[in-house]
Design a protein. Structure first.
Length: 79
């Protein structure tokens, strides 16, 4: 992961993304470890990995912020 600026830690976000079910045929992929790099270590290739690109921005909604603030204030008064 690169350049995550959200409140969720990288490890937690990675774990959550790892739980997303993939609708792909596993027969289309080679077993990881069959391809090796120049050092003899397992190499990631386009035949044994899937790459996702997630580009999301969170904007502010002032009306919703005000509504939530009123709701929280009401909850605190009632406790």
């Amino acid at each position: 992961m690169w350049n995550t600026t959200g409140l969720i830690h990288d490890e937690v976000l990675s774990h959550r993304l790892g739980l997303v079910p993939l609708k792909v045929d596993p027969r289309l992929f080679d077993e990881y470890g069959l391809d090796v790099d120049e050092n003899g270590e397992a190499a990631a290739t386009d035949r044994n990995t899937i790459v996702f690109r997630l580009n999301v921005a969170c904007g502010r909604n002032e009306r919703e912020d005000e509504r939530m603030e009123r709701k929280m204030e009401e909850r605190w008064r009632n406790e």
